[in-house]
Each structure stands twice: as C-alpha cells, then as structure tokens.
Design a protein around this ligand. Sequence first.
Ligand code: SAM
Length: 259
Amino acid sequence: MRASKVLLTFDIVTLMPEMFSAISDYGVTGRAFKENIVNLNLWNPREFSMDLHKTVDDRTYGGGPGMLMMANPLVEAIEAAKVRQSNLGIKSSKVIHMTPRGKLLSHNEVKRLLSCKGIVIISSRYEGIDERVNDWIDEEISIGDYVLSGGELAAMTMMDCLIRQLPGVLNDDESATQDSFVDGLLDHSHFTRPEVFKDMKVPEVLLSGNHEKIRLWRLKESLKLTLKKRPDLLAQKLLTKEETRLLKEIQIEQEQGSI
Ligand code: SAM
C-alpha cells in the first residue's frame, strides 16, 4: 500500500462486511479504491465476541420487541479500528455511528467531514446499539428521515459522497464542482445525441458553440429548476447580481405564462 497517496481511510464496523464490495468494487468509488486514493478495512464485531457462539446481540432491558447490539464486541472492534488508523499515522480520525437519530447528511456535512483523514463508521443492525457505546462515538449521522434495516447502506451512501469529492477521483468530465447543491442550486438539464428525439429538439443555444450564452442558459436553467423543485434552497442562498437578474427574468416569464 502506498500510504502517502491515500487521502481518506475508512474502517467499518459491521456484521455484514461482504456488503461493502458494492462500494469497493464498482464504478467511480471502485476506481478510487483500486488507485489507493481511499483505503478500507472491515471489522466484524462477531470476531470480538467472548462466547462460544460468537453472540453479538441480546434482548433489551425493560422488554419489548427486537434485539440490540451488545456493547463489548462493538467497543472492542472500534478500539481495534482506531489502533489501525493511529498506526497509519492518522491523527484526525472520527468515529461515526450511522443512525436515524443523527445529524442529517447534506453537501455541507460532506464538506465538513472531508477535513478528516480517517473515519471509523459503525453500521449497526437490530434495534441499534447499547446506549453506553456512545462514549466511544464522536458523531451520529442519518441519511434521511426513514428507517433502513441496517447501517451498511447508510455508511456506503456517506462514503460515496465523500469519495467523489476527493481530488483525483473524478475525471474532468465527471467533475463534482457542477453538481447539485455545490453552489446551493440544483444542476441544470442535460441533453445528448440525437439532436431530435421523438419531435423533441435539443435547445438551440446548446448547439451554438457560444460558451458564454451556454453558461448563462445553464445558470438560468439551474435557477428555474431550483425555484420549481426546491424553493427552500433558493431561500437559503446568497444570490449573485447575475443570479438575481436571471431570477427576475424567470419570474417575469412565469407571470407572462411563457414558461
Ligand atoms: N430502532 C431504530 C430507530 O427506530 O431509530 C432503528 C434501527 S434500524 C432497524 C437498524 C440500524 O440501521 C440502525 O441502528 C442504523 O445503524 C441503521 N439505520 C437505519 N436507518 C438509518 C438512517 N436513516 N440513517 C442512518 N442509519 C440508519
């Protein structure tokens, strides 16, 4: 492993380590692992269970349905993961538990987490984890207001968002700088060949070769889409003079019924 090139190291605590091949073996993220820009190690709490049956879950005190992940195997796995990160020379590692009660993942949260060189992620199962494990956890993150069966998909969602922001991961033509949310707006519409599809033509300006006109069209399109689909984003955004002018144009066009 060429440690100097690794930009982000993940250690995942999971009962289902096989699931992570979905992120390490495919597409853009797979390439980042292959090129050693990111590094991954998986820890199964079952390996840290003290009993013969490798038990990692138990009933909850007070009764009720469902099982809970026991504290000891989890804490042992977290500590082993932290030792590995420290042996790799990582000083700014964070332990994150994926949980519905965590802070909602957003582009701004992703940007903030990119300051870490190492992340230990706990993907829990069952009803979650014994509350006392929280003494080993720095942050709780949720990927949305719904409940998954386990933290693995949530962990991979967060990992994917982080990995695609790292320098060298995306090719130029896949650049993340023009994606939705980066400038507080949704991405504009895109078209590819053929020029006419079932009587629908590609907007003329995109065929013009005039880069400035294309830039303005795209920005206006972004504003239009954001206004229509996510007005909450526009309400939070500090608009530039150009964006304010384009937004006024859009509002006038809307009043005139031309869009
Ligand atoms: N009893 C928990 C609750 O109601 O909050 C749900 C447990 S869920 C069945 C099992 C695990 O899936 C959670 O402990 C967590 O690791 C993961 N999980 C479920 N929904 C999630 C979400 N929205 N974001 C992040 N992780 C989630």
